[in-house]
Design a protein around this ligand. Structure first.
Ligand SMILES: C[S@@+](CC[C@H](N)C(=O)[O-])C[C@H]1O[C@@H](n2cnc3c(N)ncnc32)[C@H](O)[C@@H]1O
Length: 206
């Protein structure tokens, strides 16, 4: 494999945008249209947080706005979780499938908008995570309502990570008031230096 076109970190392998397999998907007209065209840095910060605060082995982990799905792939491979990757954009799912196969794990794909996620979709989910998903003002109320539905469905921990955009802080304030959520400031050095704030929301029954 073209080694300079790969990132290896935390025992997972990620293909860079110039890798022939990624270029093949692009040629096949899979062009993600809602910013799901690469792996965003907050994912790596969340991985390190999850390594310290592990969900129970075998529990159901849902990565919302998963893009290429790397966070879920880490959760499956390194933490032994059952993973669903959710995204509105059907064109990210081939990138998720490619990386899941490359890393030898199974991740169940679900094409669904945050707005349309029902209590039933969250049934049995223990941990719900979204990295870099609150980037437009209109996503704040959408994610707040989705988080409320997820908590009602019994999700025990919700983590939304962001490098510091205004819509994310608006969401954090609403979740602090409504659910006693907390912000945890985190950083990582790999694969490149990155900082992110993690909005950590406990479930109704946690
Ligand atoms: C900035 S990317 C982050 C991708 C991935 N979480 C990462 O860290 O690499 C945002 C992702 O959220 C998805 N997205 C945006 N709005 C959405 C919505 N309303 N419902 C579901 N997914 C959405 C996009 O398609 C995109 O894949």
């Amino acid at each position: 494999m073209a080694a300079d076109k790969l990132i290896r970190t935390r025992s997972i392998t990620i293909l860079k945008n110039g890798h022939p397999e990624i270029r093949r998907l692009k040629r096949e007209a899979h062009a993600p249209s809602i910013h799901g065209h690469k792996v965003w840095n907050s994912s790596f910060v969340v991985m390190d947080y999850l390594r310290r605060k592990r969900p129970p082995k075998g529990s159901h982990f849902m990565d919302i706005g998963c893009g290429w799905g790397i966070l879920g792939i880490y959760a499956a491979k390194k933490l032994g979780l059952r993973v669903t990757g959710v995204d509105a954009d059907a064109d990210v799912l081939p990138y998720l499938a490619l990386h899941a196969e490359l890393n030898g794990v199974e991740v169940t794909p679900l094409q669904r908008r945050f707005e349309k996620m029902t209590k039933r979709d969250f049934d049995g989910v223990h941990t719900l995570v979204g990295a870099d998903v609150c980037f437009w003002d209109e996503l704040t109320p959408v994610l707040f309502k989705m988080i409320r539905r997820a908590r009602k469905a019994g999700v025990q921990r919700i983590i939304i990570a962001d490098p510091g955009r205004a819509p994310f802080y608006a969401l954090a304030e609403q979740c602090a008031d409504a659910f006693g959520a907390e912000i945890v400031e985190c950083r990582t050095a790999h694969p490149k230096p990155a900082e992110a704030d993690l909005l950590v929301i406990k479930g109704d029954k946690a």
